[in-house]
Design a protein around this ligand. Structure first.
Ligand code: AMP
Length: 313
C-alpha cells in the first residue's frame, strides 16, 4: 500500500455568501483521500458513527479508497463541523465542533497500513497524529497539517508531533500563529529549524509556496471568477500533492515542485462547488487541462539582460 491518511471524516454544515449546505460529507481525511485517489491508492485511518450512511461509504468505494482502518462505532455519532465564511473566503469561522466518536478514538493500524510508504497526518488532535506516526516508523515521508484550534489548545503536543515529521503543510495564518512571527519567510525558517525537511505554506487565492533549507518555490492559485465554498481546499491541495508524490519513485524537491502544481489544480476544482461535490466527479481530462493552464500561466522565457535592455530602447 502506498499512501495513508489519518484525519477527520465528518458531516459539515457550511454557509458562504453564496449559499449554504447542511450535513455534507467532509473532514480532512475525506477531502484528502478523494483528491489523492486520482493519482494513487489511498487508505483512511479514522472513525465514523452509526449515522455514516451508505451514500457516504459509496463515495469512498467509488474512488477505491481503502476503508479497512476506518472504524465504525454504531452507537456513536460522526464528527460534525459547522462553519461560516464571509466575503474573505480565506478565513473560516468555526461555529460549532462536535468531536463525537473522535473524543475516544484510538487509532489501530492494520499490518497493511503500517507498511505505507507515504503518510499524511491530517487535521486532528496532535496526540492522535503522533500515535499514528509512531506506528509507521519506516515511512519514507510523513507530512502534517493542523489548524488554529490545536495551535491554541494543544501547542506543546503539536510541536512534538511536528518534530517527528518530514513535511509540514499549513496555511499562512497558521504559520504566523504557530511561530508568533508575522513575516512569513522568517516564520518558515523557524518551522524548518524544528526538524521538518520541507514546509508548504498555502495562501488561499494567492497560491502556495514550498520552503526547503536551501530553496524557495512558489506558484499562484488558478484564477477563478466564482469561488463557492473553500472548505477542504487545504486538504484537497494536500491530497493532490501527496497523491502525485506517491505515484512517483522519488520524493525529492523536483518531484515536490511538480506535486505543488497538482495540489493547486485539485484545490482549484474543490472550491467551485460545495463540499466534495466537484472533486468527486472530476475526470482525468479536466485535471490535465488545468495542469496545462498552470504551465501556460507560470511559463516565461529566459531573456539575457543585454537583450532585454536592447528591446527596451
Ligand atoms: P480545510 O481544508 O482547512 O478547509 O479543512 C476543512 C475540513 O476540516 C472540514 O471538512 C472539517 O470537517 C474539518 N475540521 C474542522 N475542524 C476540525 C477539527 N477540529 N478537527 C478535525 N477536522 C476538522
Amino acid at each position: 500500500m502506498s499512501l495513508l491518511v489519518v484525519g477527520s471524516v465528518a458531516f459539515d454544515s457550511v454557509e458562504t455568501p453564496f449559499g449554504k449546505c447542511e450535513r455534507m460529507l467532509g473532514g480532512s481525511a475525506s477531502h484528502f483521500s478523494i483528491s489523492a485517489s486520482f493519482f494513487s491508492h489511498v487508505s483512511i485511518v479514522g472513525v465514523v458513527g452509526g449515522d455514516f450512511g451508505e451514500a457516504e461509504q459509496r463515495v469512498f468505494e467509488s474512488h477505491s479508497i481503502g476503508t479497512q482502518d476506518l472504524e465504525r462505532i454504531e452507537a456513536g455519532k460522526t464528527f460534525r463541523w459547522r462553519g461560516r465564511y464571509d466575503y474573505d473566503l480565506n478565513v473560516a469561522h468555526t461555529l460549532e465542533t462536535q468531536l463525537n466518536v473522535f473524543a475516544d478514538f484510538k487509532p489501530k493500524l492494520s499490518a497493511e497500513s503500517k507498511a505505507s510508504r507515504l503518510v499524511f497526518l491530517g487535521n486532528i488532535q496532535p496526540d492522535l497524529q503522533r500515535e499514528v506516526r509512531e506506528q509507521i516508523p519506516k515511512a519514507e515521508l510523513v507530512a502534517l497539517d493542523t489548524m488554529n484550534l490545536w495551535i491554541e489548545t494543544a501547542r506543546e503536543s503539536l510541536l512534538r508531533t511536528i518534530r517527528g515529521v518530514d513535511l509540514v503543510i499549513i496555511n499562512d495564518a497558521e504559520a504566523r500563529q504557530l511561530t508568533n512571527i508575522p513575516n512569513l519567510i522568517k516564520a518558515a525558517r523557524t518551522i524548518l529549524s524544528w526538524g521538518p525537511k520541507a514546509l508548504i505554506i498555502k495562501r488561499g487565492e494567492y497560491g502556495a509556496a514550498l520552503f526547503t533549507p536551501d530553496n524557495y518555490f512558489a506558484i499562484p492559485a488558478y484564477p477563478l471568477e466564482s469561488v463557492f465554498d473553500p472548505t477542504g481546499a487545504g486538504d484537497t491541495f494536500a491530497g493532490g500533492f501527496m497523491g502525485y508524490l506517491s505515484s512517483q519513485e522519488k520524493t525529492d524537491e523536483e518531484t515536490m515542485r511538480r506535486a505543488m502544481i497538482f495540489g493547486s489544480v485539485m484545490a482549484s476544482f474543490n472550491v467551485e462547488k460545495f463540499g466534495t461535490e466537484r472533486v468527486r466527479r472530476l475526470t482525468y481530462a479536466e485535471i490535465n487541462e488545468r495542469f496545462r493552464a498552470f504551465k501556460r500561466m507560470t511559463n516565461f522565457e529566459e531573456i539575457p539582460f543585454e537583450r532585454a535592455v536592447e528591446a527596451a530602447k
